[in-house]
Design a protein around this ligand. Structure first.
Ligand SMILES: [Zn+2]
Length: 289
């Protein structure tokens, strides 16, 4: 069977884009990887891939977990990480302790649920009678999660008809070309005064590229924020910030892993434990408008 013909001149053309947060078109080159450029907005400091792969290619890559660009040969499907369940049980119990203490059932949706580790974590700690669901566009991940008895649906946020008290968006931010539009879709499935939990890295806060540990995974990752950028997205979209957690990633285990990676020739920023400016940021916010 032959591949469907694609019009290379239109639908699969890379596009030069303006900063997805502030709309400015001035930038400085920040990094190159896999033949793509990540630039830093001269106005607001957001980092984004520019030129950007066509939206059609992005959607397809997200659905299948495989990038169209044959040159890259970059498969991002990865696999389920059992340790993630314990990690998120700890983090979410801490950040939402007040909610779980009330012992009233909740409806929670995890967006970009992957193999369902977060759905599993919340199901374990949520009050009895709660409905914990996920939505995930990558077919292989969804099938695996369903086979393990988790309530994960295949598709995008726009395919959701229910409404929820809580929405988690864990490590999804960098995959979304326009997070402002994405938050509008998120709001459509939120009950009044519902809350969101966003997790992303702080690459835009670390300074030069060399301070970011590891690969950027361009163009699977399209946008990199810092704390102020997420605060701005939230405020502009009618969310009130309730809490922020900033997690170090550079413990001893990280140091050992990076040392091994560097020995086998992977691109990593080697530095001593507890010296990296890199953080994982978690934002809990409530819908007010
Ligand atoms: Zn900007």
């Amino acid at each position: 069977m032959s591949e469907p013909k694609v019009d290379e001149t239109t639908s699969y053309q890379e596009a030069t884009v303006v900063c997805p947060l502030c709309g400015d078109n001035n930038f400085l080159l920040w990094a190159t990887e896999n033949g793509y450029r990540a630039v830093k907005c001269s106005n607001c400091g957001l980092i984004y891939v520019n030129p950007r792969p066509p939206l059609q290619t992005i959607a397809e890559a997200i659905r299948t977990g495989v990038h169209r660009e044959e040159l890259l040969n970059l498969n991002v499907v990865a696999r389920r990480i059992p340790g993630k369940v314990a990690h998120y049980k700890r983090i979410i119990s801490e950040m939402f302790a007040d909610i779980f203490r009330k012992n009233q059932s909740i409806c929670w949706l995890d967006v970009g649920a992957g193999y369902g580790e977060i759905v599993e974590a919340i199901s374990d700690i949520a009050p009895t009678g709660s409905r914990i669901e996920g939505i995930e566009p990558m077919k292989p991940k969804v099938y695996q999660a369903i086979s393990r008895g988790l309530l994960i649906k295949e598709g995008y946020i726009t395919d959701i008809n229910n409404k929820y008290n809580y929405i988690s968006i864990i490590n999804v931010f960098s995959h979304i070309p326009d997070f402002r539009l994405f938050l509008q879709d998120i709001k459509k499935v939120m009950l009044p005064h519902a809350e969101i939990l966003i997790e992303t890295g702080n690459a835009a806060d670390v300074g030069e590229r060399k301070h970011f540990p590891g690969e950027l995974n361009l163009p699977d990752h399209l946008v990199f924020a810092g704390e102020e950028h997420i605060r701005r997205y939230l405020a502009e979209s009618g969310f009130e910030l309730l809490a922020i957690k900033r997690l170090r990633i550079d413990d001893i285990g990280w140091f050992m892993k990076n040392t091994i990676k560097s020995i086998i020739g992977r691109r990593v920023a080697l530095r001593l434990p507890y010296t990296s400016p890199s953080r994982t940021l978690l934002f809990r916010a409530r819908l007010v408008a």
